[in-house]
Design a protein around this ligand. Structure first.
Ligand code: SF4
Ligand code: SF4
Length: 199
């Protein structure tokens, strides 16, 4: 029996569909009653005592893919975001272990003046769902978020397997730093003299 049941490419496409569907649901039924984030003077994404968004590995893959798009980001842009991620890990004591939802951080994907760098293609479900509403009764219910998160977890299992330690929820900075390390290690392996000898 095949170990992987879904390619990462197909999972990423389905992940986009899940997020798009959640966004359409929130925008059409609730979002227009929320405060306009574009005019917000105190964006929550930059509030180190507020953000505790955790994402899965597949979502972090999607974020890295957005950052890797040369048409949108230069090497300097990417380096700036990854430096912010490393700084956040060390400044806020973020870890892959323990109660990762219990720690808060300023999100490295928030760019002053531009907003969320992954807004269109890789925004986490809790961020899509979140907004500032005047009246409690205008808030979207949690069901749509829970359903989206359940599907996101299923997609991770289909790509990375049942072992949640390989793909489970971690803060955005922790995953970005981890995936960048993985990328650097693979690059070193591919360019090392011993890899030439093996080829
Ligand atoms: S959700 Fe609220 S606090 Fe966050 S950026 Fe939008 S308006 Fe500002
Ligand atoms: S992923 Fe985007 S929306 Fe979510 S906290 Fe980070 S900058 Fe804000």
């Amino acid at each position: 029996m095949a170990r992987w049941r879904l390619t990462r490419e197909r999972a990423l496409a389905r992940l986009r569909d899940v997020k798009e569907s959640l966004r359409a649901h929130v925008d059409q039924r609730f979002g227009f009653k929320a405060k306009d984030c574009a005019t917000c003077l105190t964006p929550c994404c930059a509030d180190a005592e507020f953000v505790n968004v955790n994402v899965t590995r597949l979502e972090a893959d999607a974020m890295m893919r957005v950052l890797g798009d040369d048409r949108r980001f230069s090497d300097e842009d990417r380096a700036r975001v990854l430096t912010r991620a490393r700084d956040a890990v060390s400044a806020y004591g973020l870890s892959a272990e323990g109660d990762t939802f219990g720690t808060t951080y300023a999100c490295p994907l928030f760019e002053p003046g531009a907003g969320c760098l992954v807004h269109r293609d890789a925004k986490p479900a809790p961020c899509i769902h979140h907004g500032c509403y005047e009246r409690e009764e205008d808030l979207p219910g949690n069901e749509s978020l829970v359903e989206a998160e359940r599907t996101v977890a299923d997609l991770n299992r289909l790509v990375y397997g049942a072992d949640v330690s390989r793909w489970g929820y971690r803060t955005i900075p922790v995953w970005l730093v981890q995936l960048e390390r993985n990328r650097e290690r693979k690059t070193r392996e591919l360019t090392s003299p011993s890899s030439d000898a093996r080829a």
